[in-house]
Ligand binder design. Structure first.
Ligand SMILES: CC[C@@H](C(=O)O)C(=O)SCCNC(=O)CCNC(=O)[C@H](O)C(C)(C)COP(=O)(O)OP(=O)(O)OC[C@H]1O[C@@H](n2cnc3c(N)ncnc32)[C@H](O)[C@@H]1OP(=O)(O)O
Length: 303
């Protein structure tokens, strides 16, 4: 009997995996058919070292992803870009996960690409490969079935500003700042930050922020819908406060929270008709499930 249950469970997992691939929840944007040579870009980035990206998965289903490169204000070196991709792969496999907090250690969220790394790959071909690699990674971050929050302490600059837009929410501590400085570097965002910024604040606001390379303090970010809250806490307790902030959204059964986030990903990324059909498919994964049956038996009132 347990053997049959195992078989049924494996079959169910297999069906779900195929369905999730169909809903494009874990899909990268670029592969070899787009001229993307992943192994070559990985080999180059591996030579450009410094800093680390650490992942801590909590028993409450909320993980913390820490960006750390203390001598360079948490700039992302080549090896950190690789580590970030590995951590996202890890999170894609974490079936108990419900939430994610992305933060920078010490006093900065992230100062963008490590200028030493950027200089070493400043030719057109390497730049394009790095851009595709980072777009793949940040798109996979955005598509995770986890409710994600960027905790912005200090500055989120250049690629750091782009990174924070790949999260569902942004919380900013007092005195922090988001700034797309690309214009001053003679470039435009390439990690998907412009497209995501337009989705968040609309094309007019995005044009102002990008073409003016404006400093965006918490109040401004909140007023245009870029940020979702300000945290008052000192550096050492901001993570705790972010954990509290995310809890109402992640409370409850993991499969329901994850299904909810999958709906948002589908709704955001597909045309309406396509999205509403996928909503039906995702609905079918939780209908009549343990959380649903429990709620029905409890007959909870919401008054
Ligand atoms: C393709 C990637 C591209 C993108 O898509 O946007 C990028 O992200 S390019 C990088 C864009 N970012 C920058 O240009 C940041 C430049 N740095 C700064 O503006 C400032 O350093 C800061 C981040 C605002 C911090 O200022 P402050 O608090 O005054 O500290 P310091 O300036 O003294 O910095 C300490 C130390 O850190 C080094 N640093 C900072 N950022 C980077 C970086 N991105 N790459 C490498 N190193 C960085 C800085 O040079 C200092 O080093 P030392 O001079 O050796 O002390």
């Amino acid at each position: 009997m347990p053997y049959i249950t195992d078989m049924a469970l494996n079959l169910w997992r297999c069906v779900m995996k195929r369905a999730e691939a169909r809903w494009c929840l874990y899909r990268s944007l670029y592969n070899s058919s787009h001229g993307f040579n992943e192994s070559e870009v990985k080999r180059k980035l591996a030579e450009l070292s410094g800093g680390s990206v650490k992942l801590c998965k909590g028993e409450n289903g909320i993980a913390e992803l820490g960006i750390s490169n203390s001598s360079r204000k948490n700039a992302l070196s080549g090896t950190m870009m690789l580590e970030l991709e590995e951590r996202i792969s890890d999170l894609e496999k974490w079936k108990e996960g419900k939430g994610l907090i992305v933060y920078g250690t010490e006093d900065t969220f992230c100062s963008g690409g490590d200028l030493n790394t950027i200089k070493a790959i400043s030719n057109a071909k390497d730049g394009l490969m790095m851009c595709m690699f980072m777009q793949n990674t940040l798109t996979r971050l955005q598509r995770l079935p986890l409710i994600s929050v960027a905790l912005i302490q200090g500055k989120a600059i250049g690629g750091g500003a782009e990174l924070c837009t790949a999260c569902d929410f942004r919380l900013m501590t007092e005195g922090s700042e988001i700034r797309f400085v690309h214009k001053h570097m003679g470039i435009v965002p390439g990690w998907g930050g412009a497209s995501r910024l337009i989705q968040l604040v609309g094309s007019r606001q995005a044009l102002k922020l990008l073409s003016g390379a404006l400093r965006i303090p918490p109040e401004h970010a909140i007023s245009i819908g870029l940020a979702d809250g300000t945290l008052s806490s000192a550096a050492d307790s901001a993570l705790e406060e972010a954990q509290k902030w995310i809890t109402p959204y992640t409370k409850g059964a993991a499969n329901v929270t994850r299904a909810m986030k999958k709906l948002i990903v589908c709704g955001r990324e597909h045309l309406f008709e396509d999205a509403i059909r996928k909503e039906k498919d995702i609905f079918a994964t939780v209908w009549g499930g343990p959380s649903n049956l429990q709620a029905l038996s409890e007959r909870t009132k919401y008054n």
